[in-house]
Design a protein. Sequence first.
Length: 364
Amino acid sequence: MKNIKYLLAFFVGIVLITACKSGYIDPIKAVSAGADTTPPAVTINYPFEGKVIQVKEEITSINIQLKVTDDIEIASIVVNMDGTDLTTFSSFLDYRIAVEQYLFTNLTNGNHVLKVTATDKSGKSTASSVNFSKTAPYNAKYDGEVFYMPFDGDFMEEISLTLPTVIGNPGFAAGQKGKAYAGATGAYLSFPTAGIVGSNGFSVVLWYNINNVAPNRAGIFTISPPSSGGDRTKGFRLMREGGTTSQNIWSNFGNGTDEFWFNPFYTVSTPVTTPPANPAGWWQIAVSVSPTHVSFYINGVSVKESDYAGPIDWTNCSQISIASGSPNTDYWGHMSDNSMIDELRIFNKAISATEVQTIYNDQK
């Protein structure tokens, strides 16, 4: 048996040697890397330019994220904060592409400059910098403000410093102010309503950049109770529907017995005439609901007002959905919204026309 194994090994060796000599198997050849003609390219992914970090702690950590590419080979990457070198990367799995992270644990309040310098094997260097800041925790800027999301590169709610449940894969884009929420199919954010809704009134203000092509209807902001048939006698809903040339923005809410419709309270069309708004850009929506009266505003201008028998009934309304009617108000196809949302604020009172105008002027 052993002899048979030895004979097989011998014949396999002969075949491989013959194949190599006959040219059937190419020998390994060194390939020239070519001329090193360009310096490295540096991208700082986080923090980004203008990022404001707000946390409860006086000193916090930040996860610096960067990417460097080179046409031939990266030699080193130096990470510098405010003039002091934090770390140097000099060993890379891929000589031409380096995706690195560094946890900086001593970030204090104030303005900061992050600088990343990459050098390639031929000595060419590239430096890239971003300016960002760490500030004290956000304090409510307006009377009755209980919820604020600036969407500046994260989904943090700034008053409670809590993160939502993120469904799907929403992203970020250039906003009315800094960055904004960028919707995606099947995506939305979910927060609990505890400490946010009550019987004394309710208002929501947000900046909106509509994507009315796909989908042609969606939920913008909804607080509804779970119900297979859709219980609209409770909670609050802000929706849109229509087509590529006209979108109806409407709201619906309930007092526990009846539901109240404002459909449509405003039509976005192409071209837009009055009131001032632009479906191709950013415009502000504000809805103010007292226990007896509701007012709707676009860009600080009242577009509809009406009395109703309130207040809003929030029974079993435990979830806020941002950028979707899901999961509790999606039965008419008002699901995820591919539009952009920025500077979202919730108030535990009905805000006045003067307050709406002030908020609009602060952000326009």
